[in-house]
Ligand binder design. Structure first.
Ligand code: SAM
Ligand code: SF4
Length: 345
C-alpha cells in the first residue's frame, strides 16, 4: 500500500514511485552528456551526431530533477552518459548531490565511466562520498582496445583504475561479451580483475541504435560463455546483488565474483526498479522501449516541483513490463533507434 503524505513543495503526492506492476522505483540512472572521448564499436558509429549543447539540461537543472527523484523515494543515483567525466564542471554536480548522502536520504551515488579521466577525478569523487564505480573495459590487449574503442588508450584507463583504487573506491569492471573480439579473453580478464579485488560483470550486447555493424555479428550469448568457463572453473551461484540486473557466481579458484547481465538469454525485467533520465530531461521508463516522458518542460514551467512531480507520476504509471530485444539474422532494425550513450547505460 502506497501511503499518501505531503512532501516539501507539494500537497498530496505519494512519497514513493510505484509502477503498475507493483515495482518500487528507487534507482535513477542519469545520462549527463551524450558525448564521449571513445567511439566503442557496439555503442556508437564512428561519426556520431551529438545533441546541440543548448539542448542539454544545465548542471543545476540536473541537480533539481535528481533531487526531486530523491524526495520521491530514489535511493540510488548512477551518473552515466556518454562519458560523464567529459562533461565540463561535472564535479559540481557530484558535489551538490553529495548533500543527499550526507543527510542519509540517498544510499548510493555512483557512476559508470570508461575510466579515461579517472586519474584527474578519482580523489575528488571519493571526497564526495562515491564508494563504488563501474569501469567499462572489454579487453586488456592494447591493440584490441584501440580497435574496439576506436579512440581509447588502454594505459590511461589502467592508470585511472589504479587512481580509483588508491582513492579507496571499489571498482567493478563491466565488459561487453563480443563474438570474435574478446571471447577468448574473458577468462584472463576475469583472473586479472579478481587478482585486483574487483568484480567482473559481463554484458550481452543489446540492439540499441545503428552502429554500422550487424548486431548478430557482435552478439555472444552469455549462456555459451558460462558453459565455456565452467569447463575450467567452479562457478557457484550466490545471492549477491548490487541493485542491478546482474546475477552473480563465485569462482572457487579465484575467490572473486562474476556477474552475468543477460537481457537477451534471460530477460531480467520482472525485478526492474529503475528509470533513466537523458541529458535533455527525457525520462525513459525502459531501456528497450520508445515510450518517454518530458520532464524538462514541467520543471522549467514552475519554480515549485508540483508539475515535475505530476509528470514523474504520469511517467511511472506507464512503465512497461519489459523490453522486446531480439537479435537474429531476420531482424535488421535495432530494437530502439536510440544509442546507449543517449539513454544512459
Ligand atoms: N561511457 C561510460 C562507459 O563506457 O562506461 C558510460 C556510458 S556507456 C553507454 C555504459 C555501458 O553501456 C558500458 O559498460 C558499455 O559497455 C555499455 N554499452 C554500450 N552500448 C551497449 C550495447 N549496445 N549493448 C550492451 N552494452 C552496451
Ligand atoms: Fe563512450 Fe561508453 Fe559508449 Fe564507449 S560505451 S562509446 S566509452 S559511451
Amino acid at each position: 500500500m502506497n501511503h499518501i503524505r505531503p512532501i516539501s513543495g507539494s500537497s498530496t503526492v505519494s512519497p514513493t514511485l510505484v509502477d503498475p506492476f507493483g515495482r518500487q522505483i528507487d534507482y535513477l540512472r542519469v545520462s549527463v552528456t551524450d558525448r564521449c572521448d571513445f567511439r566503442c564499436v557496439y555503442c556508437m558509429s564512428e561519426h556520431m551526431t551529438f545533441l546541440p549543447k543548448p539542448d542539454l539540461l544545465t548542471l543545476e537543472e540536473l541537480d533539481r530533477i535528481c533531487s526531486a527523484f530523491v524526495s520521491r523515494g530514489v535511493r540510488k543515483l548512477r551518473i552515466t552518459g556518454g562519458e560523464p567525466l567529459v562533461r565540463r564542471d561535472i564535479m559540481t554536480l557530484f558535489r551538490s548531490l553529495s548533500r543527499h548522502l550526507e543527510s542519509g536520504v540517498l544510499k548510493e551515488l555512483t557512476l559508470t565511466t570508461n575510466g579515461s579521466q579517472l586519474t584527474r577525478f578519482a580523489k575528488e569523487l571519493a571526497s564526495y562520498g562515491i564508494k563504488r564505480i563501474n569501469v567499462s573495459l572489454d579487453t586488456l590487449d592494447p591493440v584490441k582496445f584501440k580497435a574496439l574503442t576506436r579512440w581509447g588508450d588502454l594505459s590511461k584507463v589502467l592508470e585511472g583504475i589504479d587512481a580509483a583504487q588508491q582513492a579507496g573506491i571499489h571498482v567493478k569492471i563491466n565488459a561487453v561479451a563480443l563474438k570474435g573480439d574478446n571471447e577468448d579473453e574473458i577468462a584472463s580478464l576475469m583472473e586479472w580483475a579478481h587478482g585486483r579485488s574487483m568484480d567482473l560483470a559481463l554484458i550481452e550486447v543489446m540492439p540499441l541504435g545503428d552502429v554500422g555493424t550487424e548486431r548478430v555479428d557482435q552478439y555472444l550469448p552469455l549462456s555459451l560463455v558460462r558453459a565455456c568457463l565452467a569447463e575450467k572453473y567452479t562457478l557457484e551461484d550466490i545471492d549477491f546483488r548490487t541493485g542491478g540486473p546482474a546475477r552473480y557466481v563465485q569462482i572457487k579458484e579465484t575467490g572473486g565474483r562474476l556477474g552475468f547481465i543477460t537481457p537477451l538469454t534471460h530477460n531480467f525485467c520482472e525485478g526492474c526498479n529503475r528509470v533513466r533520465l537523458t541529458c535533455t530531461g527525457t525520462l525513459y521508463m525502459c531501456l528497450g522501449q520508445e515510450d518517454a516522458a518530458d520532464l524538462r518542460g514541467p520543471m522549467r514551467a514552475s519554480e515549485s516541483n508540483d508539475l515535475l512531480y505530476a509528470a514523474m507520476d504520469n511517467a511511472i504509471a506507464r512503465k512497461p513490463k519489459g523490453h522486446d530485444f531480439v537479435i537474429d539474422r531476420r531482424t535488421k532494425q535495432p530494437a530502439v533507434g536510440r544509442h546507449m550513450s543517449h539513454t544512459g547505460g
